[in-house]
Design a protein around this ligand. Structure first.
Ligand code: 13P
Length: 287
């Protein structure tokens, strides 16, 4: 059943583990993530960027696909369908389309505007039973055309945004979307500790989950991170598996090919990544 993400993340925070948010781009990714989460008996969050939503034919198409697949594959673990880095209009559209969770990303606006718009989204979302993630201090790197500079969030601003009644908070602590550069300084745990203390125990979200060393993942969970977003890693393993299949000549180039066979190695690779991450985050057997 599709649920909002508030309850699963509260439990994760209390139990000192994290739930994975895995971004989806098409039917194969969705199916791989749902099946891996079911296999490991872990709650899971399907992330959809605005670009991915558009690619898949619109938010209503995404909702219909995910709901039907959840039912037909007989998925029993809690599944949240979540808008990733949403604009104000994107959040409204997703709430109307039946998403169970939205992220309003006002991190690029002045804090007063971020607070005001976040409050408006909360009022609408909560009326529909939809959970809300907000962001303070932009995440570094580039995600679907959204570029952040990787600033560290201010604990005072995090306190203000937590007080608006959001369900969980993404706060920049030196994390970056995409692959981490060689000279990356690592996560700022002093900042995370301060944010954790100032936000009254709400679940914290770590974006840019690809390529963060395991010890940093574990430490961030111990300091209040309850949701970890992974996107690039699924893209990398999907591309590598598909490339290998083609390079081995298995797509019978020139003679037509079976698209189901072509996409199968990538599908399996995503499933394996979701299994690995779920175990690392400690979400297995928590559903
Ligand atoms: P990565 O692409 O670095 O895994 O980050 C994903 C993310 O944070 C989605 O919001």
């Amino acid at each position: 059943m599709l649920v909002n993400a508030a309850e699963m993340l509260k439990k994760a925070r209390a139990g000192k583990y994290a739930i994975g948010q895995f971004n989806i781009n098409n039917l194969e990714w969705t199916k791989a993530i749902l099946l891996a989460a079911e296999e490991l008996k872990s709650p899971v969050i399907l992330g959809v960027s605005e670009g991915a939503g558009k690619y898949m034919g619109g938010f209503k198409t995404v909702t219909a696909m995910v709901k039907a697949m959840d039912e037909e594959l007989k998925i029993t673990v809690p599944v949240a369908l979540h808008l990733d880095h949403g604009s104000y209009d994107g959040c409204v559209a997703c709430i109307e389309a039946g998403f169970t969770s939205v992220m309003y990303d006002g991190s690029h606006s002045p804090i007063e505007e971020n607070l005001a718009k976040t409050r408006e989204i909360i009022a609408l979302a909560h009326k529909h039973g939809v959970s809300v993630e907000a962001e303070v201090g932009s995440i570094g790197g580039e995600e679907d055309g959204v570029v952040g500079t990787g600033e560290i969030a201010d604990a005072g601003e995090c306190k203000l945004i937590a007080e608006t009644g959001i369900d969980f908070l993404a706060a920049g602590i030196g994390n970056i979307h995409g692959v981490y550069p060689e000279n990356w300084k690592g996560l700022d745990f002093d900042a995370l500790e301060a944010i954790s203390k100032s936000t009254g125990g709400i679940p914290l979200v770590l974006h840019g989950g690809t390529g963060i060393p395991e010890d940093m993942i574990k430490k961030s969970i111990s300091l209040g991170v309850s949701k970890i977003n992974v996107n690039t890693e699924c893209q990398l393993v999907f591309a590598a598996a598909t490339r290998k299949y083609i390079e081995e000549g298995k797509d019978k180039q020139g003679k037509g090919f079976d698209p189901r066979k072509l996409l199968a190695p990538g599908f399996e690779a995503i499933k394996e990544t979701v299994r690995e991450k779920t175990r690392l985050f400690g979400g297995n057997d928590k559903a």
